[in-house]
Design a protein around this ligand. Sequence first.
Ligand code: ASP
Ligand code: MG
Length: 427
Amino acid sequence: MKVFKFGGASVKDANAVKNVAAILNRFPKENILVVVSAMGKITNALERLTDAVFYPAKNKKEDAAAILAEIKKYHFDIIAELFPSKEHPIYNEISNTFVELDWAVEDTPTENYNYEYDKIVSMGEIIATKIVNAYLLEAGIKSKWSDVRDYIQTDNTYREGKVDWDLTQELVNTQLLPEIKDGKVIVTQGFIGGTSENFTTTLGREGSDYTAAILAYACNAESVTIWKDVPGVLNADPKWFDETKKLEQISYQDAIELAYYGATVIHPKTIKPLQNKKIPLLVKSFLNPEDKGTIINEIQSPLPIPCFIFKVNQVLISISPKDFSFIAEENFSDIFNLFSEKQVKVNVMQNSAISFSISVDADERKLPDLIKTLQKKYRVLYNDNLELITIRYYDQATIDRVTIDKKVLLEVKSRYTVQLVVKDANR
Ligand code: ASP
Ligand code: MG
């Protein structure tokens, strides 16, 4: 059995949904578990909706109603193109599904932002899978919709649900595996999970790849394919580089490193479950499905060319004790605990005798609070609007190439990877 993951771009409009059916038709008689994300940029719209609902003083109720109307229109436009007959049951089904969002806009939210977020934002995947499944049936594919919350079980860390692997495995065995047979296609949601009290959680932004990996692990799938709008994993993001090369094959080790440093093609949590069961991960183009794409599997050879990862909007925080004493072990654990408590991810760090520098993503919601707390005990300086450049399999020439017109504020080198925090030289 194979797992296919279709992300937002691959279901962003009616033609894209038709293309999903065309791809599945290339694999007749195979048992395929299809994991689908919210359509296009709907998750961002649902995040805006959550904010409008939760912070009505700032955004007002009308804003929420307007955003919801926009989300409904987007989906119903796609449905109208896919299902010309207005009698088709999908019209009713999606209207009924939207009732949950109507309620979310009308009711007073609880105090728990993250809980409300998951309740609202998860609807993107529920709606997308219902539309895709209905279309696949229409196209003659033996497809069945399935609610992933019935088997991916998490704790109640809303927005960052931690998977209960044992329970998930048990539920996959009893609820999901018996369905996967006779050349059937099962359509289910990426990104979301359920708790023991039947609440909905999400697994973190861009988490649908992770869902595909969890299910592949629990089903002992033969492979996972992520269908993307790029030909495979490239050695740099075409957004920043004119010339990029596709990588034919990547080891799990390199893949996890690249994803960890911020290569956005694969969600960092995706690799571990696959590596643990040696399940190959294919990254392929949904526009050219016959092309080979990239395969990530158990190989020993390093990448043949350097890989570049750019992260913009970095803030470099420098922390030093107020009295010129050393940065010692107790400070480290104190500082790390704070970062973890405030859910701020460390992208790169470096220490000297009396200071400790950490680069993090700029995040208005989290950083001011973290910095204020740090300032109670330490002297804290920070520099924003920086870029973090990571090069895997670097040499001096590649470093020189990316630092033209840049001032390097921090450089951390290990054997295979260099990380540079830079700013424009003329700023
Ligand atoms: N729809 C979710 C997001 O945009 C999950 C995903 O796309 O993987 O974050
Ligand atoms: Mg997405």
